[in-house]
Write a protein that binds this ligand. Structure first.
Ligand code: ARG
Length: 588
């Protein structure tokens, strides 16, 4: 359906044309003087030069054709030549009725749906999820949902890190602790046990322990490197251990992502790309892209206009081992083969930017992707503590995601119980729902590329630009609608009428912005625009609520109109928070 802004621009363009000017001057923008008007058109100013006429004269001509407009209740010329506009209440009400009936609430489905793979999450097997992985999960999940809503085929891939040194470290540490396990017996030829020789908590303790040792003990580190190598060669005992590590970790990861309301279509992993490496490397050599430099196999990726040095992309180390780059390139080969995507979007820490510049350039140069396959990198900033440094535990260690969620939920629980409208049993559940909104909104309301400060007190507040404030607004609407129904009201009756006061008109105008906001948020991969939008809508709703008697309205048709407007507001807010990846409780 046509956006309100488009319909207004059409009306203005027609008036420009009728008065003998180019219709392209009929653009409409939101007013920057909300005290004077709702919208404005600056086309007469722009046209003055072309027509060698004073702008107000052009504006006067145009406005004459807007006198009987069905769209505007006011079209006024302000010197030197601005056209100030106000929308007719009836037109606005009709627009919202159409929007409410539209399945996508006025968002136009993508004309050419694209297949887009989003690479996000990126956890590493056997290492606990930490806050560094939080942003990728939250932002990626939201962009996936927005992309689907605007009509694309979006495939989310967690791209597990399962192939690096961490595996060799765990195997090595296990071997030191339990050398008697069959996995280390080279003469063993039987089946390996089905049960893993460790639990997830043991695994999470083993990794940091091994990682610490390898930093101090060179022999230990070499042992781990050797184990990694043997695993990558397919040594049966190590492969069996790798399988155990995978199963135990993935179960745990899924549980954690579930809690975050984050899910993936694909649970692909770095090791899945390994079979594509030999062929890919061969081809790069044959085509003359890859050459040996100081023993390593590299591809040049620097370009003429580079302002900083972009080092060559390394494919194989001198010992023949592959690298992070190699894996990412081979993953592109695999993705092209399996899904032929129009775009692959990586949602990864911006400190990895150089890596992706190298990978993208190399993939393009060597023809791993088609000319029109987009490779995009959304590099996000760091989540910092109040001290402005990367978020840590009180003791200075890496904060585990589970701990962070627990802290937020406890804080939320306290606040909700203080509110005392909810019973204790419900309060726990509610705290989890609201806590998730605090974390996600706190993150998503910032532009993704920027660093931000994780501030539990601010994020969990019911006031201000926070997730809980948005949920509070939704809950308030739900409770009015419930009360209306309990009093025997029919939620389906009536229709949205002209606004009765300014705050209602403002709410109605805000609601019309939904379509453009969501389309633009996808275009720019910017969930923060949806946050900014629902903050405005919530403010507009709360002003309307404070200034208008809703349930005590005596005119039945008017009351029904308010109810329909509440329903639409609720639908817009709920759709938006779903796009952000959280939901609202019934009470809080
Ligand atoms: N596992 C990586 C890390 O923890 C992130 C992976 C990002 N995705 C990718 N295709 N490289 O840093």
């Amino acid at each position: 359906m046509k956006k309100l802004m488009e319909q207004m621009a059409e009306e203005l363009s027609a008036a420009f044309e009728k008065s003998g000017y180019d219709p392209s001057y009929g653009k409409v923008t939101v007013s920057n003087r909300p005290d004077l008007c709702e919208f404005q058109c600056n086309g007469a100013m722009a046209g003055a030069k072309a027509y060698k006429k004073a702008p107000f004269m052009i504006a006067d001509d145009v406005v004459a054709y807007l006198k009987d407009s069905q769209v505007f209740s006011m079209a006024e010329v302000v010197k030197p030549g601005f056209i100030n506009l106000k929308v007719k209440g009836e037109f606005l009400a009709d627009y919202l009725k159409e929007m409410a009936a539209d399945e996508k609430l006025s968002v136009s489905a993508a004309k050419e749906p694209k297949t887009i793979i989003i690479d996000y999450g990126g956890p590493n097997v056997a290492k606990p999820l930490h806050v560094g992985h939080l942003r990728s999960a939250i932002i990626g999940e939201s962009i996936k949902r927005i992309g689907r809503f605007v009509g694309h085929k979006v495939i989310g891939d967690v791209h597990l890190g399962d192939w690096g040194l961490q595996m060799g470290l765990i195997i090595t540490e296990l071997k030191h602790r339990k050398p008697e396990l069959v996995y280390f017996d080279d003469s063993y030829t039987g089946e390996y046990p089905e049960e893993a020789p460790f639990t997830i908590s043991e695994l999470e303790e083993i990794y940091p322990c091994a990682s610490g040792k390898s930093k101090e003990d060179e022999a230990y580190r070499n042992e781990a490197l050797e184990a990694t190598h043997l695993l990558q060669q397919g040594k049966p005992g190590y492969m069996a251990l790798w399988n155990h590590i995978m199963n135990v970790s993935v179960t745990d990861l899924k549980r954690n992502y579930d809690k975050l309301n984050v899910s993936f279509d694909l649970w692909k992993k770095e090791s899945d790309a390994q079979p594509y490496i030999p062929g890919m490397v061969e081809e790069m050599k044959e085509k003359g892209f890859a050459y040996v430099d100081q023993g390593a196999l590299v591809v040049d990726v620097k370009e003429e206009n580079d302002t900083k040095e972009i080092p060559p992309c390394m494919l194989l180390k001198s010992d023949g081992a592959s690298l992070y780059t190699t894996t990412d390139l081979a993953t592109i080969v695999e993705r092209m083969k399996l899904f032929d995507p129009d775009e692959i979007l990586y949602v990864v820490d911006k400190r990895q930017e150089l890596h992706f510049i190298q990978v993208f350039r190399c993939a393009r140069k060597t023809g791993l992707v088609k000319d029109d396959t987009k490779l995009s990198f959304l590099g996000f900033g760091t989540m910092n503590g109040k001290d402005g440094k990367p978020f840590k535990t009180r003791e200075g260690g890496v904060m585990r995601l589970e701990t962070l969620i627990k802290d937020i939920n406890e804080e939320m629980f306290t606040k909700i119980v203080e509110n005392r409208s909810v019973k204790d049993k419900d309060a726990k559940e509610t705290a989890e729902i609201v806590g998730l909104s605090a974390i996600k909104y706190g993150d998503l309301s910032n532009q993704a590329t920027k660093d931000y400060i994780f501030d539990i007190d601010r994020f969990t507040s019911f006031e201000g630009n926070t997730g809980p404030y948005i949920l509070y607004t939704i809950v308030r609407i739900k409770s009015i609608l419930n009360r209306f129904a309990e009093e025997g009201g029919n939620l389906e009756a009536g229709t949205i009428l002209d606004p009765v006061n300014d705050s209602q008109k403002n709410l109605m105008l805000q609601l019309t912005g939904f379509g453009a906001t969501v389309e633009n948020a996808f275009e720019e991969k910017a969930p923060h625009k949806i946050c900014a939008y629902i903050y405005e809508v919530s403010n507009a709703f709360n002003s309307f609520y404070h200034e208008t008697k809703i349930l005590s309205e005596e005119n039945e048709a008017q009351k029904a109109s308010f109810i329909q407007l509440l329903k639409l507001t609720k639908k817009v807010l709920e759709t938006c928070i779903d796009l952000l990846g959280f939901s609202a409780p019934d009470r809080m």
